[in-house]
Design a binder for this molecule. Structure first.
Ligand code: C2O
Ligand code: CU
Length: 485
């Protein structure tokens, strides 16, 4: 690539076609032999991405949101062990893919355009074959122009049920997401440079399941399972429950020994974009309402009120209903190989110059075809994911061996928190330098400014991206990858 302002619009158009074919980013696949694995689907479905009208709270008119199959945050519920065959159909006017977040699966279905599959063009499709062996609360979302597509709501919930789970009296799924809309319901720009380079660009319209608030009910004295998903692109939330005994029973889908919510620091669980928790609420016996809120902003956002119905029957229940412990590959901490990666601001200012102005439709088309942002603000270990004119896939952050255990230190040397996600694995969160985190399994871990968090996992074969899940940070450089052979 010569690039720069000297390049003609025609040359760019031609180059754009080549980029669209995924020719530039495709890494050498040498060494990644594809071993055909027999896959007998036990559940088949289609996932058709498209636009639809949805009335958001406070907006003068319905917004044109994105959804799968015409259902905002479409919910898929399957038993553990399901072999899911999902036929994605792209009804959007731009390229997309589907990433099943947090699922351990063959790399070729991971949904990262150019790295694991070609971008699915408008009108095109792709079939994902996903083994669902880990029970829990998961979700799926596009992995191209995520600020735009997820910003407009494109995401679905994937619940993998475990027949061994204790029985709750009632269960509610709560999808938290803010929207960047104007008074008339039209979308505002999803990203502003000042947000992308800092804490992110926030939406002002806060919702749960696309509404301002949920009024829920549960039997008095009964046990409620809340599956709470942070599907926002930007916002970090402090989730707490008031008016009832409550326990944190799973993080990112994976069970942990129940932790009383009021024993957590400040009585909240802090979670960034893409993180999920399961919370058990034991309803009071006297009918008083229970509230579930995000306490992080000065303006507390109470997104659900649960009213106790009827009169409590039977004896008072004691202690939480623990979920069965997860069955995940356990890293061998004696033989583990150590790596340390620093999250940082991008140091090379030169890559910000894209030659064309970023709002030039041609520049935009080029950039969209590669699913990259137009500016570089962030880096991991001094490398930035391609943005704007810098189109070369950086070398892997680490080369790993399949089946071997790795301990990774993630050091946040920026002034902002970053929820860091590793594709295709469930990792053990071992420690936080701030002593903030209990031991648990997760697929995304929040790192605070100045904090170092350690995770460990058994590497699975493939090319797996490792990125911040504040979508603007990911799109402006905070993404790298591991090659596991
Ligand atoms: Cu939900 Cu690449 O992530
Ligand atoms: Cu970030």
């Amino acid at each position: 690539m010569t690039g720069g302002a000297a390049i003609s619009r025609r040359a760019l158009l031609a180059a754009g076609a080549a980029f669209g074919a995924g020719a530039v980013l495709a890494p050498a696949r040498t060494g990644l032999a594809r071993v055909p694995v027999p896959f007998e689907p036990t559940r088949r479905l289609t996932l058709a991405a498209g636009e639809m009208a949805w009335q958001l709270p406070g907006a003068g008119a319905p917004s044109r949101v994105y959804a799968y199959d015409g259902e905002l945050f479409r919910q898929i519920r399957v038993p553990r062990g399901t072999r899911l065959e999902a036929r994605f159909a792209n009804g959007l006017s731009e390229g997309s893919t589907v990433h099943f977040h947090g699922i351990r699966m063959p790399n070729e279905f991971d949904g990262v355009p150019t790295l694991t599959q070609p971008l699915v063009e408008p009108g095109g499709g792709f079939t994902y074959r996903i083994p669902l062996d880990d029970p829990g609360t998961f979700f799926f979302h596009p992995h191209c122009d995520e600020t735009g597509q997820a910003g407009r709501g494109l995401a679905g919930v994937l619940i993998v049920e475990d027949p061994r789970d204790p029985t709750f009296d009632v269960e509610h799924v709560l999808c938290l997401k803010d929207w960047r809309i104007d008074d008339a319901g039209g979308f505002l720009p999803m990203s502003e440079p000042d947000g992308a380079a800092k804490a992110g660009t926030f939406g002002a319209t806060r919702t749960v399941n696309g509404r301002a608030h949920l009024d829920l009910s549960a039997p008095a004295g009964g046990d409620v399972r809340l599956r709470i998903l942070n599907l926002d692109s930007t916002r970090i939330m402090d989730i707490g429950v008031e008016g009832a005994e409550a326990w944190l029973i799973a993080v990112d889908g994976h069970a942990l020994p129940p932790l009383p919510m009021d024993k957590l620091p400040d009585g909240i669980w802090r979670m960034g974009p893409a993180q999920r928790i399961d919370v058990q609420v034991r309803m009071p016996r006297d009918g008083a309402p229970v509230t579930v809120s995000d306490y992080r902003a000065s303006d507390v956002f109470t997104f659900a009120t649960i009213s106790a119905e009827g009169r409590a029957r039977g004896p008072r229940r004691r202690g939480p209903l623990a979920l069965p412990p997860p069955k995940l590959p356990l890293p061998d901490l004696k033989t583990v190989e150590f790596h340390s990666f620093t999250l940082q601001q991008a140091t090379d200012a030169a890559v910000r110059d894209t030659g064309l102005s970023p709002d030039d439709p041609l520049a935009k088309a080029l950039i969209d075809s590669l699913c990259v942002g137009g500016a570089t603000y962030w880096a991991i270990a001094q490398q930035s994911w391609p943005t704007g004119e810098q189109r070369h896939l950086p070398p892997p952050l680490a080369r790993m061996e399949a089946g071997k255990s790795y301990r990774i230190e993630i050091k946040n040397e920026t002034r902002y928190p970053h929820p860091v996600h590793l594709h295709g694995h469930a990792f053990a969160v071992l420690s936080s330098s701030k002593g903030r985190l209990p031991k648990h399994f997760a697929d995304t871990v929040l790192t605070q400014p100045g904090e170092a968090v350690e995770i460990a996992f058994v590497a699975a074969p493939g090319d797996w991206v490792f990125h911040c899940h504040i979508l603007e940070h990911m799109e402006t450089g905070m993404m790298g990858w591991f090659r596991v052979i």
